[in-house]
Design a protein around this ligand. Sequence first.
Ligand code: F42
Length: 333
Amino acid sequence: MKFGIELVPNEPVFKIAAYTKAAEERGFEYVWITDHYNNREVYSTLSVLALATNKIKIGAGVTNPYTRSPVVTASSIASVNEIAGGRAVLGIGPGDKMTFEALGLAGEKPLAAVRETADAVRGLLTGKKVSYDGSAVKLKNAKIDFADPKKTGTDMNIPIYIGAQGPKMLEAAGAIGDGVLINGSHPDDFKTAAVQIQKGAETAGRNIREIDVAAYTCFSIDDDPEKAYAAAKPVAAFIIAGASDVLLERHGVSQEIKEEIAGAILKGDFIGLNTIVTDKMADRFAVAGDFDECLAKVKELEKAGVTQLVAGSPLGPNKEKSIKLIGKMILEF
Ligand code: F42
């Protein structure tokens, strides 16, 4: 099992750099920075992280085909890779539809847009001229000059991970991804996902073992399990409020509860949320608890096919302490 950390750049970049450095020191192999237009810009953040660290792989987790064209994505991640001495990784997903409304974006044909963007970015990272006539991506002799390894000496063979949840996107990830980043925290999510990833991999003549299956979890750890659950519940509530019917059904949450949670969020009633979201419910949408409980849950995820555990928001009531506790867990694997 590999370990990664997801950080949301909604805090000053230098703070994100301090968390990343602490994570690197504790044995995390990956840091993933989310991409939402209302937060700090992802590639500027990654550049600072590249300079602040030596070993940890640094990734956009995840960008999308709509707010940036494939050439901008390729040139941005290649720049980060050069600064980081070859440690960059790239996540591409269909993007957060809720934020697209504010930007006047429709997010059309997400499957084609993600597949073609990943394909075009891979081509551009060779430093050769790329012409592409897809349904979502069109390029004519586009070329990222400095991506040619003969020019800079940096290998731009940057692994591409697909951010996916829906069955078709998971299948696409199996066909084209070096890895897949799945927003999920329960073994059932990964048992279901494995079937789709496998299907996509088989169609493309690949083996699922070639694909790094990353659980992008809602993670909350603390010596005091009650505090860990209390920190996880508001995040789990947001996940439930935005969950598809299929996901709710898989985890036994009714539409009535979903609506009750959405109503409490709308009112800003976070105390109410902590009672509506029971511990049992939190267990379906988060990895929460003290060290032993979280360790046991991570082991269950490994059994369900997860090859990278990405510890995501909130991490716990105290981020620095959580990074140390997860570092202790890394030593157990
Ligand atoms: N979103 C962000 O905006 N920023 C982030 O930093 C971010 C991180 C992240 C990390 C992990 C992860 O798993 C997701 C993450 N996301 C992030 C969310 C991500 O961008 C997606 O919103 C989320 O993963 C949901 O995507 P999905 O895989 O469920 O795909 C959607 C589009 C979907 O509906 N998929 C369906 C499926 O079965 O997979 C297929 C839809 C389909 O068939 N579409 C047709 C087509 O041709 O593409 C068109 C249908 C029509 O009616 O137009």
